[in-house]
Design a protein around this ligand. Structure first.
Ligand code: TXA
Ligand code: MG
Length: 334
């Protein structure tokens, strides 16, 4: 069920005034909520990193109202990028391109490329048009936490570190945008999302190549990104019942499964997952947040199908289950 919330012109004007004054404004996009700052204001950009407690070498995505801004921010826009822009913008696709000379290094984590996206959410679009400039916005959560898909999640994550939240209701897609870079004339998917590698390959009439180790660092690709506080384990459907028998006798567990609760299970919480990839993605982060606060010691998620339309969800579940190799697991929310 999609919670729709009207945003008035006065709210948009207030958000624009705050952005112009170098403040931080959270706003809904079709994927997740973004923590927005004026992309041309270096001190505002620094505040985004401070609010998120994000390391300075993790670059931000710059949001544009339409493709007109592309050439201002990117020094080179290859033919493939124009094709993808035409096919998928406005929408949940981010493209990584060589950055223009004027782009502050703070925005790009010191890299020579910049990530650009034209969101389709009507509130994001109205905000970008009224602001008449570019808005730098990472997901509006603390670094390493689950992305927020409602205004309440943003408040939980950032508290007073955000100056204003435009509440546009629940984000329809529910997981972060697909991130694409280009190598020679091939597309590379750096982060899977609603727009699949197959859709991109079809538009470009060429194969999408896998990222190489030297690809730019994407924080959304760190093993433990998007993690709940409670340890999470992904279990194949065939192994679900035996795992439950073993684990549920030891400690309270929460289960996210694509089937109903069997009568004999001792799981403290059984959450039936949505059946389609669209619905699953839409609810994933709010379900994980709820399961994370249920007081269980382990979350068991039944693996989703190994099919193209489930790739992004498999990716987020895997990351939520990874033990952090770089830093201790960070708590979700407050
Ligand atoms: O759906 C989304 O993309 C949301 C909404 C708010 O637009 N934004 C989002 O931003 O997920 P963030 O910062 O949480 O994730 C952006 C990812 C990061 O993993 C970052 O490392 C990567 O984009 N990124 C940004 N600039 C990059 C660049 N120049 N090269 C490679 N990756 C880049
Ligand atoms: Mg993020």
């Amino acid at each position: 069920m999609l919670k729709q919330v009207e945003v008035s012109d006065e709210q948009i004007e207030k958000a624009v005034a705050l952005l112009r004054a170098g403040k931080l404004v959270a706003f809904p996009t079709e994927t997740v909520y973004g923590l927005g700052a004026d992309a041309s204001n270096v001190s505002a950009i620094r505040k985004v990193f401070a609010a998120k407690q994000r390391p300075a070498d993790h670059p931000l995505i710059v949001h544009l109202a339409d493709t007109a801004g592309l050439k201002h921010w990117a020094s080179v826009v290859p033919r493939e990028a124009w094709l993808l822009a035409e096919a998928f913008w406005p929408g949940p696709l981010t493209m990584v391109l060589p950055r223009a000379a004027h782009v502050p290094g703070e925005l790009t984590g010191g890299q020579s490329t910049i990530a650009l996206r034209v969101p389709s959410h009507p509130v994001a679009h109205r905000l970008l048009l009224a602001f008449d400039g570019a808005i730098a916005a990472p997901s509006a959560n603390r670094f390493g936490h689950l992305s927020p898909t409602s205004a309440a999640h943003v408040r939980e994550e950032l508290g007073d570190a955000v100056d204003y939240i435009l509440d546009g209701g629940d984000c329809p897609v529910g997981i972060e945008s697909t991130i694409v870079a280009f190598r020679n004339s091939s597309a590379v998917v750096l982060r899977p999302g609603k727009i699949t590698a197959e859709q991109i390959a079809e538009k470009l009439q060429s194969e999408v190549v896998p990222p190489v180790a030297s690809s730019p660092r994407v924080s959304g690709t760190l093993p433990s990104h998007y993690a709940p506080r409670t340890p999470l384990r992904v279990v194949d459907p065939e192994a679900l019942e035996s795992t439950l028998r073993r684990e549920a006798s030891k400690r309270p567990i929460a289960v996210l499964a694509r089937r109903g609760r069997p009568s004999n299970t001792r799981a403290a919480l059984w959450q039936v997952a949505p059946q389609t990839p669209e619905e699953y993605a839409h609810h994933l982060y709010s379900l994980l947040r709820r399961m994370d606060s249920a007081g269980c010691e382990l979350i068991i998620a039944e693996a989703v199908p190994d099919l193209p339309e489930w790739v992004a969800i498999r990716d987020r579940l895997t990351r939520a289950s990874a033990e952090d190799v770089e830093a201790p697991r960070i708590a979700t929310g407050t």
